[in-house]
Design a protein around this ligand. Structure first.
Ligand code: IPE
Ligand code: IPE
Ligand code: MG
Length: 251
C-alpha cells in the first residue's frame, strides 16, 4: 500500500504520511521573483516568467498531496505602483499561464477561481481568467484560487459597503450582524479559512493578504525565492504544519 509519499530527490527528502494532518486550504504569498532575477542580472520580468513555472509545479504537487484549496497571491492592490512595463507583463501572465496549462488543469480536475477587484484588470486578463473559470467550473477537484488585484483592506471595505447597503434597504438589521455575516461578504465566502500560510523570499509580513481569514492560520516562512520554491519545500511546510498544535485559544 502506498502509505508514504516521497519526494523524488532522496538527498532532500521530505516524507508525508497520508494520514498526516494535511492542510485543507493553503495560501501562498509568492514573493521574490524580482530578487531571483536580479541575482542573475536578468530583468525583473524574467523572474516573473520563471515564477509562473513554479506555479504550475506547486499546483500539481498540492493536488497530489491532497490539498483542497490553494490560494495564490499573484497581484496585490498595491502592485499597481510598480513600473508600467512590469505591471503590463504581470497582467499578461495569467493569459500565458492559462493558455499553456489550462488543458492540464482540466485533466487534473482543478477548479480555477479568482478573488480580487476583477473589473480593474485589463480586458485581455479578464477574458483569460473568465475562460478558465468557465471551463473548469464543474471540476470537483482542488480549487485553485488566484488572488489577482486583491487587497484585504479593499475586500473588507467592499464588505462593509455591501453590508451597509443591506441595512439601508432594510434587508438586514444591525443587531443581526455576526462574524458569519462578515465572512459571507468577503471574497472567500464559501471557502474555509487557510490552515497554512506560506511566504517565500525571506519577507515576514502579510502585505495586505487575507487579514481576516488568516486569524488562526499557521505561518511558514522561507528565504527561498519563489522561482526556486520546489515541491520539496511545499512538503517541508506541510509536514511541519502536521506537527503543530493548534489551540484556537483553548488549552
Ligand atoms: C512576487 O515577486 C511577485 C509579485 C508581487 C507580483 P516580487 O516581484 O515582489 O519580487 P521581489 O520581492 O521584488 O523580489
Ligand atoms: C506581495 O508581495 C504581493 C504578491 C506576492 C502578489 P509584494 O512584493 O508586493 O509585497 P511587499 O511590497 O514586499 O510588502
Ligand atoms: Mg516582493
Amino acid at each position: 500500500m502506498l502509505d508514504k509519499l516521497f519526494f523524488r530527490k532522496k538527498s532532500q527528502e521530505h516524507k508525508i504520511d497520508l494520514d498526516d494532518n494535511i492542510p485543507s486550504h493553503v495560501a501562498i504569498i509568492m514573493d521574490g521573483n524580482g530578487r531571483w532575477a536580479k541575482k542573475r542580472a536578468l530583468p525583473r520580468i524574467a523572474g516573473h516568467h520563471e515564477g509562473m513555472k513554479t506555479v504550475r509545479k506547486i499546483v500539481k504537487e498540492s493536488n497530489f498531496i491532497g490539498i483542497k484549496v490553494l490560494t495564490l497571491y499573484a497581484f496585490s492592490t498595491e502592485n499597481w505602483k510598480r513600473p508600467r512595463e512590469e505591471v503590463d507583463f504581470l497582467m499578461k501572465l495569467p493569459g500565458e499561464f492559462l493558455s499553456t496549462f489550462l488543458p492540464d488543469l482540466i485533466k487534473e480536475n482543478v477548479q480555477v477561481r479568482i478573488m480580487g477587484k476583477k473589473e480593474l484588470l485589463p480586458l485581455h486578463t479578464i477574458k483569460a481568467v473568465d475562460q478558465a473559470i468557465e471551463q473548469t467550473k464543474n471540476n470537483s477537484g482542488m480549487i485553485l484560487n488566484f488572488a489577482l488585484n486583491y487587497g484585504s483592506r479593499d475586500e473588507m471595505t467592499s464588505a462593509v459597503k455591501s453590508i451597509a447597503a443591506e441595512i439601508k434597504n432594510g434587508t438586514l438589521d444591525p443587531s443581526q450582524i455576526k462574524e458569519s455575516t462578515i465572512e459571507e461578504h468577503l471574497m472567500t465566502h464559501g471557502l474555509k479559512d487557510p490552515d497554512l500560510l506560506i511566504r517565500t523570499s525571506g519577507e515576514v509580513r502579510l502585505s495586505n493578504f487575507m487579514l481576516w481569514q488568516l486569524a488562526y492560520s499557521e505561518f511558514w516562512f522561507t528565504d527561498v525565492y519563489w522561482p526556486d520554491f520546489s515541491e520539496n519545500h511545499l512538503r517541508e511546510a506541510v509536514s511541519q504544519f502536521a506537527q503543530r498544535g493548534r489551540r484556537y485559544g483553548g488549552v
